[in-house]
Write a protein that binds this ligand. Structure first.
Ligand code: NI
Length: 173
């Protein structure tokens, strides 16, 4: 396994509509393994394939950051099939250094996805896990958490993004 470089805003791959995974096998498994290692090392609670430069619908989530093996969720071609409630909480993104803000997300979701062998499964999640999954699925559609901010929060985020675009922030490699 290997650590992969994390793509940072404004890398254009972060804005792509990712392609469905159609080929299940060793290559996909290796990519997912590298993504898990990269997420844990960052450290982060989620990572989507475009964040490592691959425009495929693949994401990993682990809100325990490697503390509990059972907590790891690998999502291939995920889709939210049900959502309820709304909760506001703080989010950040490994691709947008030095910015966190409050985002409203569903408080509970049901997601349908494929596993690494191409079998399909359904997972129900709530609270912070649901939030992390929604954040990662957004990445697969080229959506960043800053896109979901409104009002003064959006203005603040836009200023931050402009600084990133100009390379004025010291960013982690
Ligand atoms: Ni993110």
């Amino acid at each position: 396994m290997a650590l992969l470089p994390i793509r940072l805003y404004p890398d254009e791959v972060l804005r792509r509509e990712c392609r469905a995974v159609e080929s299940f096998g060793a290559e996909l498994r290796a990519l997912a393994g590298d993504m898990v290692e990269t997420m844990h090392a960052a450290p982060g609670v989620g990572l989507a394939a475009p964040q490592v430069g691959v425009d495929l619908r693949l994401a990993v989530v682990d809100v325990t950051v490697g503390e509990e093996e059972d907590a790891l969720i690998v999502l291939v071609n995920p889709e939210i099939v049900a959502a309820e409630g709304a909760e506001e909480d703080v989010e950040g993104c490994l691709s947008i250094p030095e910015l966190t803000d409050k985002v409203t997300r569903p408080s509970a979701i049901v997601v349908q996805a494929d596993d690494l062998d191409g079998g399909s499964f359904e997972i129900a999640a709530e609270g912070f896990v649901a939030r992390a999954i929604c954040h990662e699925i957004d990445h697969l559609d080229g959506i960043l958490f800053v896109d979901r901010l409104r009002g003064l929060r959006r203005d603040r985020a836009r200023r931050h993004l402009r600084r990133l675009e100009r390379g004025l922030l010291e960013v982690r490699a």
